[in-house]
Ligand binder design. Sequence first.
Ligand SMILES: [Zn+2]
Length: 116
Amino acid sequence: MTNVADRQIPEYLNYVGPGWRDILLRTHAELVAVLPNYQVVQVKEKYGMLDVNLGGFVDPVTGALGLSRELGTRVSAILTAAREESLRTCEVCGEPGTETGQAWIKTLCPTHAQPC
Ligand SMILES: [Zn+2]
């Protein structure tokens, strides 16, 4: 069996820009608090948002596959908060940013939104 820590957010920090690292680490801390054995399926940037996909939920209390409604609600609230924060945070440097739509949508601060 692989180590659960191999499939958690700290192993996925490089999948998005360094400006979102703090959001990811905070999201990890919040997830571990409610669901210590959570598993990441994918961490990516999508439409200027940080997108964290989890899978294989095992309820920490009952050991059953799947989450109680209450726990599921708390987990989605954590992931929603991360998405919303990423929409206000430059993916490159972590400064306040907004969505910029050039060839594709990215969330960037004014400095990093300048064309190269
Ligand atoms: Zn920036």
